[in-house]
Ligand binder design. Structure first.
Ligand code: PHE
Length: 339
């Protein structure tokens, strides 16, 4: 029996040294230590031994058992380690491979200009106002002292939806909407889209952007308008920018002016950007017409105000030296990336 045990031990040792998988290992365990395993069978036969031999054989059997158990544990450890090493090798990550760079988007040139203008006027205590793009004829023309048949209507090629509903041709209707709701002191700017039935070319688009401004209070003068525009121009175009007003006509302001700023490229000497003029026209402005104040229920004998309206595309084109307005609507990143 002792010899049998020695043989089992040697045989198990041999088999265990050649194990290649967990499954094989488990098979071996069952074959030797399982309920019907070789060692178990030998132990069951112990009853047939003479009593004095039993303890000796018993001890040997236990030794063989723990020897095999130990071996199995050791082989198991090795197999697990091998498996892990192989997996690590398979899943290896090359941290030196260059990453994929994600491009960060940024603001559109029109948004840059609108944000800058907003910032300047908010700094002077103005609030942002809004109005609808589908507008009533009343707000877009009538209340702005431009009744049906007025020649000033002809200068704006209008998209009519019905006789009394249109796409707003200017942000000026927001003046009326604001003064109807709010009494002076009023200080608002209104950036937004406007529509005119113009053919597309390098300087025209049927949809473009304006920023309207309105200030109404007691004792507001043309001097306040000029001073305000000077602060605005200095912020947007540089410290030394000069402002020039030329007489003009708008039905809803009196007196009215077209406003130029000295060319920020040449400082007024004349260059390609200002077409050798030294000045660049940027907006229309004037003192709010007494009739306009009146239709909004504001007494023109007590209050006065100024208003202005600028084209955002025009300013962006000048500021960023963009030659064709269409570029601003095409959303080509090669263009947009430049600003
Ligand atoms: N709404 C005018 C335009 O589109 C500009 C303007 C606004 C003029 C406010 C005077 C006062 O041409």
């Amino acid at each position: 029996m002792r010899q049998q045990l020695q043989e089992i031990k040697a045989q198990a040792e041999g088999e265990l040294s050649a194990v290649g998988s967990m499954q094989e290992l488990e098979n071996i365990r069952v074959r030797y230590l399982g309920k019907k395993g070789q060692l178990t069978l030998v132990l069951r036969g112990m009853g047939a031994l003479p009593p004095e031999e039993r303890p000796v054989v018993g001890q040997l059997a236990n030794e063989v058992r723990s020897f095999i158990e130990g071996k199995i544990d050791a082989v198991k450890g090795e197999l697990l380690k091998k498996e892990r090493d192989e997996r690590l090798l398979r899943e290896v990550i090359d941290v030196t491979v260059p990453g994929k760079r994600r491009r960060l988007g940024h603001r559109h040139p029109l948004s840059i200009v609108m944000d800058e203008v907003k910032e300047v006027f908010i700094g002077m205590g103005y609030e942002i106002a809004e109005g609808p793009e589908v507008e009533l004829d009343y707000y877009n023309f009538e209340a702005l002292n431009t009744p049906k048949g007025h020649p000033a209507r002809d200068t704006q090629d209008t998209f009519y939806i019905s006789e009394n509903v249109l796409l707003r041709t200017q942000t000026s209707p927001v003046q009326i909407r604001t003064m109807e709701k709010k009494k002076p002191p009023i200080r608002i700017i209104c950036p937004g889209r406007v529509y005119r039935s113009d053919a597309v070319d390098a300087t025209h688009s049927p949809v473009f952007h304006q920023i309207e401004g309105l200030a109404v209070d007691k004792g507001v003068t043309m001097g306040d308008l000029v001073g305000t525009l000077q602060v605005f121009a200095a912020h947007l175009f540089g410290e030394n920018t000069k402002v020039r007003l030329r007489p003009h006509h708008f039905p809803f302001t009196e007196p009215s002016a077209e406003v130029d700023v000295s060319c920020w490229n040449c400082g007024g000497k004349g260059c390609r950007m200002c077409k050798n003029e030294g000045w660049i026209e940027i907006l229309g402005a004037g003192m709010v017409h007494p009739k306009v104040l009146e239709v909004c229920g504001i007494d023109p004998d007590i209050y006065s105000g100024f208003a202005f309206g600028m084209g955002v595309e025009r300013i962006a084109m000048a500021k960023f030296n963009i030659e064709d307005m269409r570029l601003m609507y095409e959303n080509d990143v090669r263009f947009l990336r430049q600003f």
